[in-house]
Design a protein around this ligand. Structure first.
Ligand SMILES: [Zn+2]
Ligand SMILES: [Zn+2]
Length: 328
């Protein structure tokens, strides 16, 4: 099969033929229909992620069709349209037993701990725990935005910040993650302010429900959702919260990044982390999926041959880039 293979951190990967993966006994192999290009892929490529070993096929948010399963997995999965969370939980530990699969200590992540979905086929670990069947009305393209960005934002808004109607929510950084947060917080009835340096990103944020943007006052927020991973923006987010406000850090911060705790103490802020979404929560998310809004986020669809250039230029244009391995 063809895949983008990274051989050296920070050096361009090449699209070439590699062996098609076999499923582990409790795993599955999915033929990739669409896979998103995410900032986390860029970090993996740059060598910012200490868990990554090379060579590696990146890619962790995908959708496709199950083509084979291991001996311990029900063969009824074969032929079904699926996605999976980027955190593939073990399903067996005490953390998983409590329902918190998104922070499973034994988690595997396609595109980080093993080869990912910038490929014609991707192997998934612990398939019965992590495969999510897609309803017919959810396209592969829409589903390919769910595994990382949309699902992560959904948990941050609903399970961590617990946003309620009428609250003032500021979203810092309007890439795929931040735009997802704008959609979800707007649908929850919040008054959303989008913060980003890019006018094009803000223009999309407004189409998705943001009522204010960076230039306007963002003081006195009830909730800050920091999606950029920039320490400066995280500090700004904390300083703009009201007393007793809630900050959710979703964007991955660089190693050793420093965030000031002064506002956290002085205003008694709640600072929360958020990391993915357990597969068992997808049924709730899929029921309320604003498909049209998610399609608005998708900027371009490219063949696998252009995957490296998509990593090179990540963030230079607004919206989500999807790779379609079937395009060649
Ligand atoms: Zn576990
Ligand atoms: Zn991602």
């Amino acid at each position: 099969m063809r895949a983008l293979v990274i051989e050296e951190f920070g050096r361009p990967g090449t699209v070439r033929d590699v062996p098609r993966p076999d499923p582990a006994p409790d795993g599955a192999v999915v033929e990739v229909a669409a896979t998103g290009v995410c900032r986390s892929d860029w970090h993996a490529w740059q060598g910012h992620d200490s868990g990554v070993r090379l060579p590696l096929v990146p890619g962790h948010e995908f959708a496709g069709t199950v083509v084979s399963v291991g001996s311990e997995v029900s063969s009824s999965w074969v032929g079904r349209r699926v996605t999976a969370p980027f955190v593939c939980a073990c399903g067996r530990c005490s953390t998983c037993a409590s329902g918190d699969h998104q922070v499973c200590p034994n988690q595997e992540q396609p595109g980080f701990t093993h080869d990912g979905s910038y490929a014609e086929f991707v192997a998934i670990r612990h398939a019965d725990t992590n495969l999510v069947e897609l309803p017919d009305e959810v396209s592969f393209d829409v589903a390919a935005t769910l595994g990382c960005r949309y699902a992560t934002a959904w948990r941050a808004v609903h399970r961590r910040a617990r946003v309620v109607a009428g609250e003032r929510v500021a979203v810092y950084g309007c890439g795929g993650l931040g735009l997802s947060a704008v959609i979800i917080a707007s649908h929850a009835g919040a008054e959303v302010t989008a913060v980003d340096a890019s006018p094009a990103a803000l223009e999309i944020a407004v189409r998705l429900g943001a009522t204010k943007t960076s230039g306007e006052a963002v003081e006195g927020m009830d909730v800050a959702l920091e999606c950029s991973g920039h320490p400066v923006l995280a500090d700004a987010a904390l300083s703009m919260l009201r007393r007793r406000g809630r900050h959710v850090q979703i964007g991955l911060l660089p190693d050793g990044a420093h965030i000031s705790m002064d506002a956290v103490i002085g205003k008694e802020l709640d600072v929360l982390g958020s990391h993915g979404l357990a597969a068992h929560e997808y049924s709730v998310l899929l029921r309320t999926l604003p498909v049209d809004d998610i399609e608005t986020m998708i900027a371009t669809r490219i063949p696998l041959a252009d995957a490296q250039s998509a990593l090179d230029t990540l963030g230079r244009s607004a919206g989500v880039v999807l790779i379609h391995p079937g395009l060649g």
